[in-house]
Design a protein around this ligand. Structure first.
Ligand code: FAD
Length: 336
């Protein structure tokens, strides 16, 4: 079903809770709806896909159309002794799908518990947490191609997934509206507890069962990240920078405690939160916005901040990190 709203308030549709409006929002269920929307001239030149708005910062009125998937079906496509293939509509809440899998004893999504947002957005930046990424369970992505005006499918390999990256952020940016995603989950227990303090949190609950892992991940996340309902934010505002090994070694000689994560023999990821903290910005406040006191990667809206106030703070943080370490960190959040 297609539903159209005009002059729509965005406060509840973005996790920063900035108070902007959009000229128009169109909700859709499936690819056929999109074909209709894009052929009947209902949509102007300027449009953007809005999921749950957990990774978007509005810096003014959106003078165009926001297209929002609202389909909520989860369908089992295949099942055998070792795995299950499901297809979830783009409008399904990501964490509802994780809960669905955990309830049915299906392994693979549990470390990604409680990441806010929609299934449709999960391939876009290849969401990840606690040593797992969406790409580990995605089998295929179905999307509507607005250039060719037809539905298409990409296999996992064709999505070119990388750290917080995919083809949907690059070649298909502005051409693809994801309508559903297929995920393959394992029936064979495959606990993935190698990341950070997860193993201790699970052990304190007992065996490494799916429910205990999910509960442990939710508990760690709740203790570390501010609740968007109480304090507007978009999770990690910045991406962890990836540098060459020589740069990382040089910095490591100067700052032996600096956390680094080798990606290959040539490249290495550095924890942006540590850089921001060491640059003295953790807990820093600038009017209605600030750097969260417990998690330096998170910028927060203390009240009625505008998107531009958040941007000004982000630029200040980026400059301070660059001045101290010579590294340019970049926003992970989509700025509109
Ligand atoms: C408190 C908090 C914690 C977070 N923790 C994590 C974390 O641990 N790991 C992580 O990876 N991310 C994390 N995030 C970021 C966020 O949860 C993810 O980016 C999530 O995928 C956003 O989903 P969304 O539906 O809200 O997408 P939106 O914010 O609405 O959109 C994000 C991007 O995806 C595009 N998009 C959305 N839906 C579609 C679609 N159907 N078709 C094509 N493009 C689409 C949008 O155009 C936009 O470019 C966190 C955010 C918050 C607020």
């Amino acid at each position: 079903m297609i539903t159209r709203y005009t002059d729509y308030p965005l406060h509840d549709l973005n996790s920063f809770h900035v108070e902007e409006r959009a000229d128009c929002i169109i909700e859709f269920d499936c690819a056929n709806d999109l074909a209709e929307i894009f052929t009947n001239g209902d949509i102007g030149q300027k449009w953007y896909v809005l999921g749950g708005g957990n990774n978007i910062l509005f810096t003014g009125r959106y003078c165009g159309t926001l297209i929002k998937p609202v389909g909520k079906n989860i369908t089992i496509l295949e099942e055998d002794n070792s795995s299950l293939l499901l297809e979830a509509d783009a409008g399904v809440e990501w964490d509802d799908m994780v809960a669905w899998c955990v309830e049915r004893n299906l392994w693979g999504a549990e470390n990604l518990s409680l990441i806010p947002g929609s299934v449709g957005a999960s391939p876009v930046q290849n969401i990840g947490a606690y040593g797992a990424e969406a790409k580990d369970i995605i089998e295929r992505v179905h999307y509507f191609d607005t250039t060719e005006m037809e539905s298409r499918t990409l296999t996992n390999r064709e999505c070119h997934f990388a750290y917080r990256e995919s083809i949907f952020k690059n070649k298909l940016r502005r051409h693809a509206i994801i309508t559903s995603v297929e995920f393959r989950l394992s029936k064979i227990p495959t606990p993935n507890l190698g990341y950070g303090d997860l193993i201790h949190e699970v052990e304190s609950r007992g065996e490494a069962s799916l429910q205990n892992i999910r509960d442990a991940v939710c508990s760690i996340r709740r203790s570390k990240l501010p609740d968007t309902a109480l304090l507007g934010n978009a999770g990690s505002f910045f991406k962890n920078p990836i540098v060459d090994i020589a740069t990382a070694d040089g910095l490591k000689a100067q700052y032996p405690n600096m956390p680094t994560y080798p990606l290959s023999e040539q490249r290495c990821k550095i924890a942006a939160g540590w850089l921001i903290d060491q640059a003295g910005m953790k807990g820093y406040r600038q009017g209605s916005v600030g750097v969260h006191e417990r998690q330096a990667l998170v910028l927060v809206n203390f009240g009625h901040a505008t998107g531009n106030e958040v941007i000004a703070l982000a630029e200040h943080v980026m400059q301070r990190v660059f001045d101290k370490f010579g590294i340019r960190i970049e926003p992970e959040v989509n700025i509109l």
